[in-house]
Structures are given as C-alpha cells and as structure tokens.
Write a new protein. Structure first.
Ligand SMILES: NC(=O)c1ccc[n+]([C@@H]2O[C@H](COP(=O)([O-])OP(=O)(O)OC[C@H]3O[C@@H](n4cnc5c(N)ncnc54)[C@H](OP(=O)(O)O)[C@@H]3O)[C@@H](O)[C@H]2O)c1
Length: 269
C-alpha cells in the first residue's frame, strides 16, 4: 500500500518528534496538502499549514504529538471532533490504548506509535500497536510509518514499551555513549573539537558497517585482535557490573517511568 494521509489530517502538537516525522514524510515525497499542524505557539512547520486552534472540520486522521502530560488539557476540546471516520494515532509515551479509548470513545481506530528522531532522515524505528480490527486502518498507519524507516508491529503493549525503551529513547543513549568516548579522548589529551569530531565519525563509520547487516559482535571481534589493545578495553566493558548491567538498569528506569505515566493517565481518565 502506498503511503497517503486520509484528509483532512491533524497533527495535534508538532514539536521535536512530530516535526521530525514531517521532515521524513516530506523527504519521502508524501503529499501533505491535507495535513494541518495545531500548536499553541503557531510556530511554522515547513510544508504544513499551521493553526493555533482546532479547525472547524471533521478530521479523518489525527496524530497526538504533544507531551503525555498535556493529554487532559487537549482531550476535552478534541474529543468532539473524533468520530467514526477518524483514525487516532498517538505517540504519547506511556499512555495506553485503553486510556486513549476512554478519552476518545468514538474513534474509529486507535493506533499507538513510538517513533525515534532518525525518522527525519527516514532512518527511524517506529513501534506500532493497535487492537483495531480494521485492517485498512492498520495498513494506512503502517504505510505512513514505513516511509520513515523500520516498522515493528507489536502484539501487545509490553512489547511496544520495550521497543520504545530501546529505540524511542535509543538515540539519546547512543549520543551519551559517543559523548563519553569524546570526553575520554579529551582525558587522553585531545583538543575538545578533535575528540568530538573523531567520536562522531567513529559512530557514523560503525553505523555504516552495521548497515551492511554485519552483526555487532562480529564488528567488535574484527576490531579486537587477540591479546591486542581493543581486547583490553572490551574486557572492562564486559566485566561483571560493566556495560551490560548498566544498560539493563538504564532500560528498567525508562520502562518504570512509562509505567508511572500509564498509571497517571489511567487514574486521570
Ligand atoms: N522526542 C523524542 O525523541 C520522542 C520519541 C518518541 C516519542 N515521543 C513522544 O512525542 C511527544 C512529543 O515530544 P516532543 O519531544 O516532540 O515534545 P515537544 O518538542 O515539546 O513538542 C510538543 C508539542 O506539543 C505542542 N503542544 C503543547 N501544548 C499543546 C496543546 N494544548 N495543544 C496542542 N499542542 C500542544 C507544542 O506546541 P508548541 O510547538 O506551540 O509549543 C509542541 O508542538 C511526547 O508524547 C513523547 O512521548 C518523543
């Protein structure tokens, strides 16, 4: 199925994340003529009509792109616009399908998506969860998200949360590691701008190797010759209490926050 927005389509909130998706859809050549961004600031979004208040029309597609904490500010005015002909897509972290259904009971289909920022260059990962039985609506959302990179369709919201923790937040984690590498380089005497450029170029080069499909373990093995320097560095990362347990704690903290947001949304709904 080719990607197209059912029109009229609304992006309710169009900041960092929804803006990155718009950049990706533009890069994919998707027609955004029927898409309106609604944001209180009225700040422009390239390629879209932007308004500050909900238009007087019945949207066929609505994507929630504000912060989860704004849901109860947005829902009362938005709900009367959401009807039997509206696909409601939500990117709100930690806000479950049941909480959305409680606020938008007339929605034709509710679909949760969890994209990540590389969608802007169509190198994103988007988790999708929906219990809608309307296969046409699923296909519409799959095609739009598929234009932005890899799509992972989740069977349940636990899987959806797990992919959100790994991929939705993932660019921040990778960025922190690369920063730490650069800071380490500075500790070895490199000028800050040199350390930053070298660490970023190393990320890009490694990503290009990964893009060929070569497993990460093989990449690491190819760099680390037996009894060489890299092997000693990897031994520190691989030691008990090293990188693996640290990443586990990092993911657990993100999942716990998602669960808290879900509880808050359910209690408010
Ligand atoms: N950032 C990520 O990497 C990422 C990844 C996955 C999922 N998400 C999800 O994406 C959502 C947005 O995150 P973000 O980082 O893009 O936040 P953001 O940059 O702060 O954008 C939030 C948007 O919501 C708008 N907004 C605020 N109050 C509103 C209201 N009452 N009605 C309509 N729009 C309103 C803001 O409008 P103005 O522009 O006018 O201020 C802004 O456009 C969150 O739910 C988050 O869970 C983010």
């Amino acid at each position: 199925m080719s990607a197209a927005f059912p029109a009229p389509a609304w992006l309710v909130g169009c900041g960092n994340m929804a803006g990155a998706m718009v950049a990706g859809w533009r890069a994919a050549g998707i027609d955004l003529g029927g898409v309106t961004a609604i944001r209180p600031s009225g700040a422009p979004v390239e390629g879209l009509r932007v308004v500050t208040d909900l238009p007087d029309e019945r949207p066929r597609f609505v994507m929630l792109g504000m912060k989860p904490q704004k849901l109860d500010e947005v829902a009362p005015a938005l709900a009367p616009h959401i009807g039997e002909d509206t696909i409601l897509v939500s990117m709100l972290a930690g806000t479950g399908a049941a909480s959305l259904a409680a606020r938008f009971p007339a929605a034709r289909s509710i679909v949760r998506v969890m994209p990540n920022l590389p969608v802007a260059s169509r190198n994103g990962v988007t988790a999708i969860y929906s219990d809608t039985t309307r296969s046409g609506d699923r296909a519409t959302v799959d095609a739009l998200m598929g234009a932005l990179g890899l799509v992972v369709r989740c069977e349940d919201e636990a899987m959806f949360a797990a992919i959100g923790a790994v991929a939705g937040s993932g660019p921040a984690y990778v960025a922190r590691f690369v920063d730490a590498l650069a800071t380490g380089g500075e500790g070895l005497g490199l000028e800050p701008h040199v350390a930053t450029a070298v660490a970023a170029a190393t990320l890009i080069g490694t990503a290009a190797m990964a893009a060929t499909g070569e497993p990460m373990a093989d990449i690491a093995r190819r760099v680390a010759s037996p009894r060489g320097t890299t092997e000693q560095g990897l031994a520190v990362l691989d030691a008990p209490g090293g990188l693996g347990p640290l990443v586990e704690r990092m993911l657990a903290a993100a999942i716990a926050r998602g669960e808290q947001l879900a509880k808050d949304a359910a209690a408010a709904g």
